[in-house]
Design a protein around this ligand. Structure first.
Ligand SMILES: NC(=O)c1ccc[n+]([C@@H]2O[C@H](COP(=O)([O-])OP(=O)(O)OC[C@H]3O[C@@H](n4cnc5c(N)ncnc54)[C@H](OP(=O)(O)O)[C@@H]3O)[C@@H](O)[C@H]2O)c1
Length: 275
């Protein structure tokens, strides 16, 4: 019979250090809140706007007074800023158990006038900066990795990288390509980093009513219509992100590596013609 391992603590993140990019609002803030609930003791968030970072830190700190919550504002679309961010994190903590590379941007425009600059901007932030960030964080992640409990990287893809959605005249060509790239890159990193004690997985969210999604949701018929089309008849909720992020960060997901996990109520299985 197999050994029973500490089941009561299977989902506990007690004492861990986590970094969440794009942690000032939306899915990143949901994830940050969930990680603290699960026991993360040191949390560093980042986003471009210092005031948004400060306000997220103060609300998280109020909810979790015994945790150590801080922010290092940075524009991660700029490689020099990624380096500055990682240097600042290194000065602040000895290791990082959980890295959620969540910051991202989208752009919707008709095919004939889809701007090259928008395509490049989306690829830079959603793919290139995620790669740079993970590569530069490797020493901190390796220091956190212990035998039997690897460090974790969670990348944020999208159902847009899994299926062909339907956003009418406002196609998210660069965004969809960037998220498919994130999924594939995640698998490569999982194979390269697994032997170094770091598990790398992607989540692929469907619609969540965040600032980023609101414009495209409107162009796609609105929340009610998109909820009706989804096989589970609703959009994503904060706890859906919390559940998958805490699980992927915990011992319970210690044998999950290189997975791309849709968090979409089954939306990626719905043909575009039915949307
Ligand atoms: N919401 C959805 O339906 C959905 C679905 C699938 C995938 N996703 C993915 O989930 C992730 C989070 O999206 P969200 O919906 O939570 O969007 P959101 O509410 O717009 O949040 C985006 C976060 O990223 C930060 N950010 C944006 N550009 C940045 C940059 N250049 N450098 C550093 N931080 C930056 C933003 O803060 P600042 O503005 O202060 O920089 C904010 O904290 C993205 O990767 C997105 O593609 C979302």
């Amino acid at each position: 019979m197999s050994q029973i391992n500490d089941y009561p603590n299977l989902f506990s993140l007690a004492g861990k250090t986590a970094v969440v990019t794009g942690g000032s609002r939306g899915l990143g803030l949901h994830a940050a809140t969930g990680l603290l609930h699960a026991g993360v003791i040191t949390l560093i968030i980042t986003s471009r706007k210092a005031d948004a970072c400060a306000s997220a830190v103060s609300s998280l700190q109020a909810l979790f007074p015994s945790a150590n919550v801080s922010a290092i504002p940075a524009d991660l679309s700029n490689p020099a800023e990624v380096t500055r961010f990682v240097t600042a994190v290194t000065a602040q903590v000895p290791c990082v158990h959980i890295l959620m590379a969540n910051a991202g941007a989208t752009w919707g425009a008709p095919l004939d006038s889809h701007p090259d600059t928008a395509f490049a901007k989306v690829m830079d932030l959603n793919v290139r900066s995620v790669f740079n960030l993970i590569r530069e964080m490797l020493p901190l992640l390796e220091k956190a990795a212990v035998s039997g409990d690897p460090a974790r990287v969670i990348t944020v893809g999208s159902v847009a990288g899994l299926h062909i959605g339907n956003v009418g005249d406002h196609g998210t060509y660069g965004y969809a390509a960037s998220k498919a790239a994130v999924h594939h890159m995640t698998k490569h990193l999982a194979v390269a980093m697994g032997p170094r004690g770091i598990l790398v997985n992607a989540i692929a969210p469907g619609w969540f009513a965040t600032k980023m999604a609101s414009g495209l949701l409107g162009l796609s018929g609105g929340e009610e219509l998109q909820a009706k089309v989804s096989p589970n008849r609703r959009l994503g909720r904060p706890e859906d992100i919390v559940g998958v992020v805490v699980w992927l960060s915990s011992k319970a997901a210690g044998h999950i590596n290189g997975a791309v996990i849709p968090v979409d109520g089954g939306m990626h299985l719905v043909p575009a013609s039915k949307m």
